[in-house]
Design a binder for this molecule. Structure first.
Ligand code: GLN
Length: 454
């Protein structure tokens, strides 16, 4: 990561990033640019460098912010109409930590509205295009973040991963994407999707850069009681001997070839490959699409046309304000999840769906624990297929959900996972794989990726 110094000024780094962002407009990456504030901050950093003061570990590094992070810079929309005019009075803890080290946000990037989706097509601002093929999806929900890094506009981008939203777009665009252990980074100031699986994480061009970002962003936060005491910097780096592969996934085509090649490379480096039987993982997608909508329906109930953002002006009664504002303000996928969530939580259905799903979730967590008694890390595809065509799955939500089959189990168990680029398909599309570790093995995972997977 190039940081500002006496040789390269923060102002020149930021100007170059903003110019590139404008040249790449056709990809529809940015919802808003943060031009004025970014240039002002760059000047301040250059002043500090001139005076010989410490400008921070990320001095002048331009970055993109997924538009579901609150900060005093710009408006947070979460790519929805209902939040479009939101000016936040607070800054997310993670954003504050990055900015305190001199990182400069050049703009807010596109995503599926409220992070519901796998393609960035559910954005109120239109889809982001894939960096390798503009006729294909960027992946999602953090599509803008992945493409901003893939096209070299910024050095890194923030993302959130509730069921794959960092790893899948990273893999569709040939960059690194890291979802840390649940609770590693504060969720304070991030628009909530499903609070029991939401994770803040990063997109970057190497595992080493992500390591630096983790060392800055991780840690306990009094504003988020689910944050873990900081284990990141202090955890020991494991000597990795065994890597597991999951027999139960149906891996095909060029993704299969990429996985087999990676396995051969690991073997050549002296790593033992362990085959794992994980039969409960086949229930993970069903569990995810019960637990997550349940939490979504609760988290999105606060957007009522009264407290935040958009309000329908024609409403004549309080009920109409709620109804019309929510009808106009949410995207169809948001509404679908609110309805599913309310259904699985309603009396008469709660035991059959929500409670059962929570029990199955415990079995999934236990299955990973068992797997990690046999190996240090697990190697897996991120998705069953490379980036699909824009519009290909929009009319069939279940086919879109099925793309998440290999990413969501990890979120249900709260595990860290790194998506890393491996190769390209014959058509030039990016292929990635993910490396999954036990809880709190984040540092080892990044270290292994940096030293052994290259
Ligand atoms: N694609 C998944 C979903 O739509 C994951 C989204 C996410 O991680 N935010 O739920």
């Amino acid at each position: 990561m190039q940081i500002a110094s006496k040789e390269v000024s923060a102002t020149s780094l930021v100007k170059a990033a903003l110019e590139k962002a404008k040249r790449c407009e056709n990809y529809n990456i940015f919802i808003s640019l943060n031009e004025e504030a970014a240039l002002k901050k760059a000047q301040e950093i250059d002043e500090k460098i001139k005076k010989g003061e410490n400008p921070g570990k990320l001095a002048g590094v331009p970055y993109a912010l997924k538009d579901n992070f609150l900060s005093k810079d710009g408006n947070t929309t979460a790519a929805s109409k209902i939040l479009e005019p939101l000016k936040s009075p607070i800054t997310a803890t993670s954003v504050k930590k990055l900015e305190d080290e001199g990182a400069i946000m050049i703009g807010r990037v596109n995503m599926d509205a409220f992070a519901h989706g796998s393609s960035t097509e559910n954005s109120y601002f239109g889809p982001t295009k894939n960096s390798k093929d503009e006729a294909r999806v960027a992946g999602g929900s953090s599509g803008g973040s992945a493409v901003a890094v893939a096209l070299d506009i910024v050095e890194f981008a923030t993302g959130t991963d509730t069921g794959g939203s960092i790893r899948q777009p990273a893999s569709f665009n040939g960059v690194y994407g890291f979802k840390p252990t649940y609770g590693a980074i504060s969720r304070y100031g991030v628009v909530a999707m499903a609070s029991s699986t939401d994770c803040v994480g990063f997109f970057a061009k190497s595992a080493e850069d992500i390591d630096l970002l983790m060392s800055i962003a991780a840690g306990q936060d009094p504003y988020d009681l689910t944050t873990l005491p900081n284990y990141y910097e202090t955890s020991e780096v494991k000597d990795v001997k065994k890597v597991g592969i999951i027999k139960d996934f149906d891996v095909k085509g060029e993704i299969k070839e990429a996985l087999e090649k990676e396995v051969e490379d690991l073997k050549a480096k002296g790593i033992e490959i362990v085959e794992l039987e994980m039969p409960t993982l086949k229930y993970a997608l069903a569990v995810y699409y019960i637990v997550v909508p349940a939490e979504i329906s609760s988290n999105l109930s606060r957007y009522d046309g009264i407290r935040y953002g958009y309000r329908n002006k024609d409403a004549k009664s309080l009920d109409e304000v709620y109804g019309k504002s929510r009808s106009d303000g949410f995207m169809p996928e948001n509404k679908r999840r609110i309805m599913i969530g309310n259904f699985v939580l309603s009396s008469g259905f709660y035991d059959a769906y929500y409670l059962k799903a929570q029990k199955a979730r415990t079995l999934i967590i236990k299955e990973y624990e068992k797997a990690f008694s046999k190996c240090d890390f697990i190697l897996s595809p991120v998705t069953p297929n490379p980036a699909f065509k824009l519009g290909e799955k929009t009319s069939d939500p279940v086919s879109m959900y099925l793309e998440d089959v290999m990413s969501v189990p990890i979120n249900l168990a709260g595990l860290p996972s790194l998506a890393f680029p491996v190769s390209e398909t014959k058509d030039g599309l990016s292929l990635g794989l993910q490396l999954i570790g036990p809880r709190r093995s984040d540092k080892s995972l990044l270290d292994f990726a940096e030293r052994r997977l290259k």
